[in-house]
Unconditional design. Structure first.
Ligand SMILES: CCCCCCCC/C=C\CCCCCCCC(=O)SCCNC(=O)CCNC(=O)[C@H](O)C(C)(C)COP(=O)(O)OP(=O)(O)OC[C@H]1O[C@@H](n2cnc3c(N)ncnc32)[C@H](O)[C@@H]1OP(=O)(O)O
Length: 179
């Protein structure tokens, strides 16, 4: 297991968005999931995602891909606790129970191990409360990357806009100078 980074936000801290246009957590994204995540003890995060009408797959039910995106985002927020940028390499999801529209999905994510640049993690999504019935389970492999991963591959106008955003730039730089 890797250590909790010295710079990791204290347990109970709301993690906020890593990028305001992110589909998973960005407050400016018009159709995004707006996942709300809070740092837990050790290498854990608690997050909530509310299923809305535009997230439907079957009538009145969340689309599986949307639920997977919420799990991906919750697992991605573990980056804050390790204080390193990492991207999803592999993500496996078990859909255990259907999740109706208007439901709050309570997600608990945790790091389960690390080997070189590979970060292993897992999460459970419950409905009806944080300790309610299990609806979705996920296991992931994230790979640590340098900030150049984003600046090299991202669409240039979006990278420029992100770099012009002082808050985001400072957050990204903090990752870079304190790996
Ligand atoms: C100034 C502006 C900047 C703004 C930035 C703001 C800060 C941002 C901070 C935080 C952002 C967090 C964002 C979270 C968002 C939610 C999470 C997502 O949805 S992320 C999107 C989806 N994922 C991808 O798009 C990855 C696409 N894939 C790749 O880019 C590459 O394949 C990558 C980086 C994952 C790996 O490529 P390689 O060349 O670096 O490394 P190799 O050698 O291939 O892999 C390293 C190890 O990992 C294993 N590995 C890689 N992929 C695997 C896989 N699919 N399954 C199993 N093992 C795998 C390999 O076997 C290798 O293992 P061995 O070290 O040899 O033991």
């Amino acid at each position: 297991m890797p250590p909790r980074a010295e710079q990791a936000p204290a347990p109970g801290t709301r993690l906020g968005s890593h990028y305001d246009q992110c589909f998973g957590c960005g407050p400016q994204h018009p159709q995004g999931l707006r996942l709300d995540a809070v740092a837990g003890e050790g290498l854990t995060v608690d997050a909530e995602f509310t299923v809305e009408a535009h997230h439907q797959g079957g009538p009145g039910l969340a689309h599986g891909g949307i639920l997977t995106a919420a799990m991906d985002e919750a697992l991605g927020t573990l980056n804050w606790l390790l204080h390193t940028p990492a991207v999803t390499g592999r993500l496996e999801t078990d859909f255990v129970r259907p999740v109706p529209v208007d439901t709050v999905l309570h997600i608990r994510a945790r790091v389960t191990g690390m080997h070189g640049r590979k970060i292993y993690s897992a999460a459970e999504g419950r409905i009806g409360g944080p300790d309610g019935p299990l609806a979705i389970r996920a296991q992931a492999l994230f790979i640590q990357v340098k900030l150049e991963h984003f600046t090299t591959h991202g669409r240039p106008e979006d990278i420029k806009k992100a770099m012009d955003d002082r808050d985001l730039f400072e957050r990204a730089r903090a990752f870079e100078v304190n790996p």
